[in-house]
Design a protein around this ligand. Structure first.
Ligand code: NAD
Length: 383
């Protein structure tokens, strides 16, 4: 097990929005809170053992300081056997989708992390809430804002923590974009460019299925453009416009868009030009002011992020974003702090995604003034 390093401590400072976070006491708070439970790390159960769980979250959980992989929920017995052996998971902590609700009686599981196709998030988040667990839900939170509201309602009764798997809020490069933009370090941001596209194959077919995914690249990778523009500006757009890319593969993109350009309009006249695609590769977040500019490219990857400003390169380490994100959530649970990436933020983004689809479908500018007004706090300079 990796020992906690400075990087972990810095990541935890990003967790909550109370003042103790910025004083750097967070990791110490968590260590103290953990000591009260005999030093036990919080037990986390992954629901859905697909690519993201297998390739990113389970390995990241080997690096976390305050939580550990304690349980799994899967519909595939072969996978259960493989994971039990690989991660030393006892039979008592293995569930399938039918037996899942029995997790309520398992004190070894504190946190449930839902990593299923998007349309299945609401059911499993609500069942986890009803089982009395803290919950992390992958992005996008759901395929409709109405479902997001039901998910939020499920936590009103339990008082448990609920966050979205927005890993980039814990990444130093993206946090620097937040700081430079929100603190107007180079002046007010006047223009933003956010582009995220990938060549999508057929390996996760649900991503091309409108009912299971909620859409194509927009809710999957375009949501990072939306997020990036919002946290660079530090404001929520008041209106959106959008246009679908023409389809070049009618079979593959029978149900979902192949790509889309969309614009976010902010109250002061700033425009974010965003682009997303399942048929082209791009990965950029850029802010421009009257005097300068700052950008990440790639901006949204798990690793290999690079940042530049007019003044030169950004000097940060690439970190394990998922480990930081999960430790930050564990810190919130252990110390009863508010997560900076709550379900309300997930709902805000789903509301914006719905407005973007409405704009693309109608060709009209769509007001977004009624979306949930949730922002995470401006980060301090990183040392
Ligand atoms: P995946 O297809 O690889 O995994 C999905 C898992 O759900 C599989 O284990 C599959 O067996 C299971 N499943 C259960 N019911 C299913 C059904 N009806 N249809 C299809 N699969 C079903 O997908 P993934 O790439 O791991 O994505 C899972 C979630 O994680 C999605 O919400 C996705 O947006 C999110 N994700 C987030 C990030 C990130 O960077 N935060 C990255 C990748 C994926």
């Amino acid at each position: 097990m990796a020992m906690p390093g400075l990087a972990t401590f810095a990541g935890l400072q990003a967790c909550g929005n109370d003042k103790s976070q910025s004083s750097g006491t967070s990791a110490a708070d968590s260590t103290a809170a953990m000591a009260k439970t005999g030093g036990r790390k919080l037990g986390l159960a992954l629901v859905g053992l697909g690519k993201y769980s297998e390739g990113q979250l389970a390995p990241a959980l080997q690096e976390t300081q305050f939580c550990k992989l304690a349980g799994i929920v899967t519909g595939t017995p072969d996978k259960a056997d493989k994971w039990k052996k690989k991660y030393d998971i006892p039979d008592a902590n293995v569930y399938d989708y039918k037996t899942f609700d029995r997790i309520a009686d398992n004190p070894a599981i504190d946190i449930v992390y839902v990593v299923l196709p998007n349309a299945l998030h609401p059911e499993f988040v609500i069942r986890a809430a009803e089982a009395g667990k803290h919950v992390i839900c992958e992005k996008p939170m759901a395929t409709s804002a109405a479902d997001c509201q039901k998910m939020l309602d499920a936590f009103k009764k339990t008082g448990k923590k609920f966050s979205i798997g927005y890993r980039l809020h814990f990444d130093p490069f993206n946090r620097e974009m937040m700081r430079l933009g929100q603190q107007k370090v180079y002046g007010a941001v006047k223009k933003i460019y956010a582009q995220n596209g990938q060549k999508e194959g057929y390996d996760t077919p649900w991503r091309l299925n409108k009912k299971l995914a909620g859409g194509g690249p927009l809710p999957d990778v375009g949501v990072y453009c939306l997020q990036g523009a919002i946290y660079t500006k530090g404001e929520i757009p008041i209106a959106v416009t959008a246009k679908y890319h023409p389809k070049t593969d009618l079979e593959k993109f029978k149900e979902v868009e192949e790509g889309m350009d969309f614009q976010l309009y902010f109250a002061d006249g700033t425009i974010a030009e965003c682009r997303t695609s399942y048929n082209d590769k791009y990965n950029l977040l850029r802010g421009e002011t009257d005097q300068s500019w700052f950008e990440l490219s790639p901006a949204y990857a798990y690793d290999g992020l690079k940042g530049q400003t007019k003044a030169g390169k950004m000097d940060f380490e690439n970190v394990n974003q998922q480990a930081r994100q999960m430790d930050a959530f564990a810190d919130c649970v252990l110390n009863n702090k508010e997560t900076t990436v709550p379900g309300e933020m997930g709902m805000r983004d789903v509301q914006l995604l719905e407005a973007i689809y409405r704009a693309a479908d109608t060709g009209q500018k769509v007001s977004t003034k009624d979306v949930r007004q949730v922002l995470d706090p401006t980060p301090k300079a990183q040392v």
